[in-house]
Design a protein around this ligand. Structure first.
Ligand SMILES: [Zn+2]
Length: 114
């Protein structure tokens, strides 16, 4: 499962960050998902909750944010959408995908207050 390996990498990153900063526990973790990352948010949340046990991220809230993709409409020009679509939501015309992220990345961490 794709999400399990992603989650392992994320937890490694969080564990070293927490060690560096001297944070025993984390309260919230923000992750941004590129439009083309192929990550299923529910699966990632599930893997995170299960795999964080025994790490500083145990019990932390995982907040997923969608990184919008950039599209071009011949009528409306460039627009950003948080989902894959080839029909312009404004005029119904054809959309072309200009660029969208394939990765996901850690965008924020809040330690548990002591
Ligand atoms: Zn349009």
């Amino acid at each position: 499962m794709h999400e399990v390996s992603i989650c392992e990498a994320l937890l490694d990153q969080l564990t070293s960050l927490a060690a560096q900063q001297g944070w025993p526990r984390l309260r919230r973790v923000w992750v941004r998902l590129g439009l083309l990352s192929g990550v299923v948010p529910d699966a990632l949340e599930f893997a995170f909750a299960a795999m964080a046990t025994g790490t500083p991220a145990e019990g932390a809230e995982l907040l997923l944010e969608n990184e919008p993709g950039h599209f071009d409409c011949a009528v409306c020009g460039e627009l950003e959408l948080e989902r894959m679509d080839f029909t312009c939501p404004q005029c119904g015309g054809a959309l072309q995908l200009l660029r969208a992220g394939r990765d996901l990345w850690l965008s924020g961490v809040e330690p548990m207050p002591s």
